[in-house]
Design a binder for this molecule. Structure first.
Ligand SMILES: NC(=O)c1ccc[n+]([C@@H]2O[C@H](COP(=O)([O-])OP(=O)(O)OC[C@H]3O[C@@H](n4cnc5c(N)ncnc54)[C@H](OP(=O)(O)O)[C@@H]3O)[C@@H](O)[C@H]2O)c1
Length: 220
């Protein structure tokens, strides 16, 4: 294991398996990265054909029927869908590393829309899943920069936050295994900053000041 001042670097983790809920923009992009990293990848969607088509080499499965096969589980869903998914799969998510990608935005006001008492969607997920390890990630990178692996001519940098160093390194390993980079944003409480960052990036995109193929670029 190596830890550098520049971020998270984990060379000795052997990737096993990743499950992704959602076969939309982010789900498909993350599925492509996961396959590229050499992981075994399952995609679960309400439409199993859409799940199977998320990226070449994934196993598609139907939401509700599917049994989670991954050790890492990526929630690539709109935040309002989380409650149903967490309620349906809470038992299976116990013991897993769960990655929250969401930007919990009210798209009528572009304010953050969080459940009362929570400063971030990630901390809400952690409260709902006390037996899982939650990592915030992918919410500050537009799907296009994940799919291509680059932003403005440099490898895309994914920002991660978690209270578990091991979980953060395990997630970083598959991202870096696909040729992207990561930075360590700190403990899960930093997710509130990542979600604010993600919201502002979306606002700048919606107002056509920055492109959906770029957005904010973290330089490493
Ligand atoms: N797009 C980006 O660039 C970007 C960047 C950073 C973070 N994010 C975050 O990533 C998440 C997904 O965004 P996206 O752009 O990938 O959205 P998307 O393209 O609309 O895909 C959403 C996926 O969620 C599934 N879904 C929706 N409601 C569901 C429910 N109640 N139960 C089960 N599955 C449900 C959809 O399944 P069906 O196929 O059945 O409709 C679809 O596969 C959001 O939280 C967003 O904030 C997006």
């Amino acid at each position: 294991m190596q830890r550098t001042a520049r971020g998270i670097t984990e060379r000795n983790i052997t990737m096993s398996s990743i499950t992704i809920f959602g076969a939309g923009n982010i789900g498909s992009a993350v599925a492509g990265l996961a396959v590229k990293s050499g992981a075994s990848v399952q995609v679960i969607d309400r439409n199993p054909d859409k799940a199977a088509a998320a990226a070449e080499g994934v196993a598609g499965a139907k939401f509700g029927d599917a049994v989670i096969s991954g050790d890492i589980v990526v929630l690539a869903l709109p935040f309002p869908a989380y409650d149903e998914v967490l309620a349906t799969y809470a038992d299976q998510l116990a013991g897993k590393t769960v990655v929250d990608v969401s930007n919990p935005i009210d798209f009528t006001t572009f304010d953050l829309a969080l459940p009362a008492g929570f400063k971030s969607a990630a901390e809400y997920v952690a409260a709902k899943l006390p037996n899982s390890t939650v990592v915030k990630g992918f919410n500050t990178t537009f799907a296009a920069t994940l799919a291509t692996g680059e932003n403005d001519g440099a490898p895309t940098v994914v920002q991660l936050a978690s209270d578990s160093e091991t979980a953060k390194k395990t997630v970083a390993a598959f991202i870096e295994g696909a040729g992207l980079k990561t930075v360590d944003a700190g403990p899960l409480k930093r997710a509130q900053y990542l979600e604010g960052y993600g919201a502002l990036q979306i606002i700048l995109g919606v107002t056509e000041q920055t492109p959906w193929t770029g957005g904010f670029k973290v330089v490493r």
